[in-house]
Structure formats: C-alpha cells, structure tokens
Write a protein that binds this ligand. Structure first.
Ligand SMILES: NC(=O)C1=CN([C@@H]2O[C@H](COP(=O)(O)OP(=O)(O)OC[C@H]3O[C@@H](n4cnc5c(N)ncnc54)[C@H](O)[C@@H]3O)[C@@H](O)[C@H]2O)C=CC1
Ligand SMILES: O=C(O)[C@H]1O[C@H](OP(=O)(O)OP(=O)(O)OC[C@H]2O[C@@H](n3ccc(=O)[nH]c3=O)[C@H](O)[C@@H]2O)[C@H](O)[C@@H](O)[C@@H]1O
Length: 480
C-alpha cells in the first residue's frame, strides 16, 4: 500500500488529503501537525475549519485510510510520498522583511524529513513558495541524506476557500513540476498516478520545477490584478455616474476577458493574494527587475487604496466623524462560506473606524469573538504562523462588541457596513433594521449585495461600491 504523509493540517493540508483519501481507497493518508489542538479538532466532530462538504468527506474516510496525528516523525519515516503544506508567511524582520517569504517552517520540515528518513522518498511542495525553493530544499535534504534519494516535486494548490471540496474534486488543472532527469520524471509519474484516480489526464499538467513554482505565484497575481483593476474602475464609476456592475458585466462578456473575478469590493483579502504578490515583487527586485516589481506592487496599492477609500466614505458622509457613533459591521470573514479572517478587508476597515473613535458592533455567521479580538489586536503578518506561535493574549479592543445576530448588531447604530457577501445579508429585513437605527440611517455596502434603490425607498442613505452616488455623498471627498 502506498503511504502518503502530509506535514501541515491547515486549510490546504486537511481538505486536499481528505479528497485524496476519498478518491484513492488503496492509499493510506496521514496528516500530521505540530499543533496538538488542530489535530485533536480534526479527530473530533468539530473540524478546525469550516468548508462546505468537508465534514462528509472526512466522516467517510477518517479511520479507514485517512488519519490525523501529532506523531510527525513516525509517519514521515513510514511514508513513500511526503506533501509539505506548512505556513510560508511574509518575513517580518531581517532581509526582505515585509515582502520575502519566510521559509522557517519549510526548512525545519525539510531537516526533520532528512533526519528521520531511512528509505527513498518523494517530497512534494504543496505550500506556495518562491521560485527555486525546490533547489534549496534539495540541498538540505541531500546534504543530510545518509545515502537516501529524495525526489522533489512542485505541486502547488489552486483551491479557493469556501469551494475547496468542489475545487479539489473537479480541478481546472493539477500542476506537477519535476526535474527533467529519469528519477525526476519517475517521481512526476508516481504523483500523476495518485491524481489520475479522479482527475482526467488532460487536466494533469507537468512542467519543470521552476515553472510550476512560478505559475502558482503568477496565477494568484493575475486573479488579484483583476480585482484591483475592477476596484480601480469602481472609483472612476463613483466619480462619473457609471455603475461598476454594468461596466464589469459588459466588459466580461468579451470571451477574451471573461466574467469571473470582476466583482468590485471593499478589497480582496485571504491568506495568499497579498503574501504571494509581495513575494513575487521581492523575487523581481532580487533579479534586478524594478519595473516589473513596481507593476505588481500596484495591485496591492490599489487594494489598500480601496479599503481606505471605503473608510473615508463612511467617515466623511457621517459629518466627518464617527467618534462615539455606533457602526454595525456585517461580515468579518474575507469572503462568504468560510470562517477564515486572514487578511480580511474587515480588519483594516474596523481598525480605520476604531481609529476615528467609533464603537463597532460586529456580526459574522462563522467568526468567533475571540478570533475578531485577536485579529484586531495583532500586528500585520503575525497571523500567518502556527496558532501556538501567535501572540497568546492580545489586549482586548474595548470599543468592540460581537453579536450573533445582524439585527442586534444594527440596533441603535448610526451606520451599517456590509463587508462580506454572505447570502443571508441579501435576505435581511432592512425595514426592521432601519426602524431600530439612529437617523439619518446610513448603509455602506462594500460587496454590492443590497439593492440601493429599495434601501433608499426605506429611507437609508446608501453607499454602494462603484455605483451612482446618493445625492448626500456626491460632493463629499472619498480620499482626504
Ligand atoms: N489557504 C488557502 O486557501 C491556500 C493556501 N496555499 C498555501 O498553502 C500553504 C499552507 O496554507 P494554509 O493551509 O492556509 O496554512 P495553515 O496555517 O492553515 O496551515 C499550516 C499548518 O502547518 C503547521 N506547521 C507549521 N510548521 C510545521 C512543522 N514544521 N511540522 C508540522 N506542522 C507544521 C501549522 O501548525 C499549521 O497547522 C501556504 O504556503 C499557503 O500559501 C495554497 C493554496 C490555497
Ligand atoms: O493561493 C491561495 O490561497 C488561493 O487564493 C485564492 O483563493 P481564496 O483566497 O481562498 O479566495 P478567492 O475566491 O480567490 O477570493 C479572494 C478575495 O478576493 C475577493 N474577491 C474575489 C473575486 C471578486 O470578483 N472580487 C473580490 O473582491 C474575495 O472576496 C476575497 O476577499 C485563489 O482563488 C485560489 O486559486 C488560490 O489557490
């Protein structure tokens, strides 16, 4: 029986391995992690991440050919194929701080693999890493190998949160990069055979190692660039009376452009877009490509601009101050159908409002109060480390309440901000919300989920990203 071990039981390691176990009953899959709490949760009824469909897959395979364990060394020792899916955060200090990827966790995993291995192994980069990381990993493994042969493959993951199980069951493509040597190609073939259990052959792409590593960074940069492009256009729409939804629809109908990823928003979030673009920028700079680096940097700049612009819209329309005012925040996760808050635009928006002395009341169907408190108290980039290495007891933010109901959050509020596109926000009784708010009642839709016309009829002053402005807002500056 082929044995797979995955180091890192996170948003990628957990779901990807669960799907491999589901589709390959003849393979034993063990997911290991240094976080005892995470492994305990994977072995319980309350999985550590919320992902539609994941519970069913785990229930079917756990204890059959899918296992979760903290005994990292034992399972690495026994495995034929080792996936490494550990954190690759942005460096916060030293060379490349604020841009380069921090490969501490990757390096320590590689050294441990070399230490405990007694047989030849295939080591697969699942984490997103800088191009040519495989070269460094090869050096660490082979200089400590005691005569064992390690084949390194790059097999980046393209799943999106909230649709992870669907993406894994029916991927647009699986990418496998390997050395162009007989051993390298043998390893590529072995991994291809795993995916071939359910992925059609024409969707399994193979390439050289560096192309696979770089393709992952570039795919995320392209996706984020589309969002920044449409968000840049949203500012122009507000200035000219055009409607960004109509512009994006018309533009996206061109089959060369396509309709996806053209929703204007308060800004993209998630653990990877910013991190991976910063990483790409750093790699360009290291290769002397300043113009190319600046080009990609602009995608992040527009994203920051969009978040600032939103906060400024809120403050300027409410008589230029939100001090002592109650603002309800609906949605804190970085997108719907996930409880993940990493790099969510809500963090920057809430910090901006708190900075202007607002009192905020937050409702999100999947995010806990503890998580929100941690997020608002944590420094940039600190979140992307194993949970037990993050700051443990951040000071709680005093002007913040978390509720378990949107109506409760909005009660007696001066304004409501919609920051995540949860479906339930489309169904709310906005008349009831309006009746219980202070007047004038404002609503700021950072996701374009509500119908501005209907809400204006109720009596709200409405701001909807990239859409024609309410007369109230027309002459107020979005940027100071
Ligand atoms: N979250 C996402 O949707 C996607 C993430 N990725 C990439 O996948 C990688 C992992 O991301 P996530 O799963 O989101 O991170 P995560 O933080 O959810 O999981 C990483 C896990 O690795 C564990 N870990 C760290 N060092 C370890 C070690 N030496 N031994 C054992 N366990 C260790 C941590 O405790 C943590 O549970 C990153 O490189 C990310 O860029 C790629 C595609 C999608
Ligand atoms: O490397 C990764 O981590 C993953 O990053 C993204 O996946 P994810 O961040 O989970 O979610 P997306 O659906 O891409 O959304 C990212 C952010 O962009 C925002 N977004 C997305 C689409 C859009 O049109 N407008 C928009 O503002 C979302 O609300 C969210 O905040 C990519 O879509 C995945 O292919 C990739 O594997």
């Amino acid at each position: 029986m082929v044995k797979i071990c995955c180091i890192g039981a996170g948003y990628v390691g957990g779901p990807t391995m669960a799907v491999i176990a589901l589709k390959c009953p003849s393979i034993e899959v063990v997911v290991v992690d240094i976080s005892v709490n995470r492994i305990n949760a994977w072995n319980s009824d309350q999985l550590p991440i919320y992902e539609p469909g994941l519970d069913d897959v785990v229930k079917e395979c756990r204890g059959r050919n899918l296992f979760f364990s903290t005994d990292v060394e034992k399972h690495v020792y026994e495995a034929d194929i080792i996936f490494v899916s550990v954190n690759t955060p942005t460096k916060t200090r030293g060379l490349g701080a604020g841009k380069a990827a921090d490969l501490t966790y990757w390096e320590s995993a590689a050294r441990m693999i070399a230490d405990v291995s007694k047989s030849d192994k295939i080591v697969v980069e699942k984490s997103t890493v800088p191009v040519r990381t495989a070269e460094a990993i090869e050096k660490i493994l082979n200089h400590n190998s005691k005569g064992i042969h390690f084949s390194i493959l790059s097999n980046p993951e393209f799943l999106a949160e909230g649709t992870a199980i669907q993406d894994l069951l029916n991927p647009d493509r699986v990418l496998i990069g390997g050395r162009e040597t007989p051993e390298g190609q043998k390893a590529v073939q072995a991994l291809k055979e795993v995916y071939a259990h359910w992925v059609p052959e024409d969707r399994i792409i193979t390439s050289n190692l560096w192309s696979a590593e770089l393709a992952k960074l570039v795919a995320n940069a392209f996706l984020a660039q589309r969002i920044s492009s449409v968000n840049a256009v949203s500012a122009l729409c507000e200035a000219t009376g055009a409607d960004v939804s109509q512009v994006a629809y018309s533009v996206g109908k061109d089959s060369r452009i396509g309709t996806k990823f053209l929703n204007a928003s308060v800004g993209f979030g998630g653990s990877c877009f910013q991190k991976d673009i910063l990483n790409l920028v750093y790699i360009c700079e290291c290769n002397g490509l300043a113009e190319v680096a600046n080009y990609w940097k602009q995608v992040i700049k527009i994203n920051d601009y969009q978040k600032n612009r939103f906060v400024n819209r809120v403050v300027s329309s409410m008589f230029n101050t939100v001090s002592q005012k109650k603002i309800a925040v609906l949605g804190f996760a970085f997108k719907k159908d996930t409880g993940d808050t990493r790099e969510t635009a809500a963090i920057d928006v809430c910090k901006g409002l708190l900075g202007d002395n607002a009192t905020i009341s937050i409702y999100d169907p999947q995010v806990t109060e503890d998580q929100i408190q941690r997020d608002l108290a944590m420094n940039k980039f600190d979140w992307d480390h194993p949970i037990h290495l993050q700051p443990l007891s951040p000071a709680s933010v005093k002007k913040l309440r978390v509720t378990w109901d949107a109506y409760e959050a909005a009660k007696e509020a001066h304004g409501v901000c919609i920051l995540t596109e949860w479906d339930e926000f489309k169904q709310l009784d906005y008349q009831r919300i309006y009746d219980n708010m202070q007047k004038p009642a404002f609503i700021f839709d950072g996701r374009n989920v509500i119908d501005p016309k209907k809400l204006r009829e109720i009596g709200f002053i409405v701001y909807s990203i990239g859409r024609p402005l309410d007369p109230w807002l027309e002459n107020l500056p979005a940027m100071s």
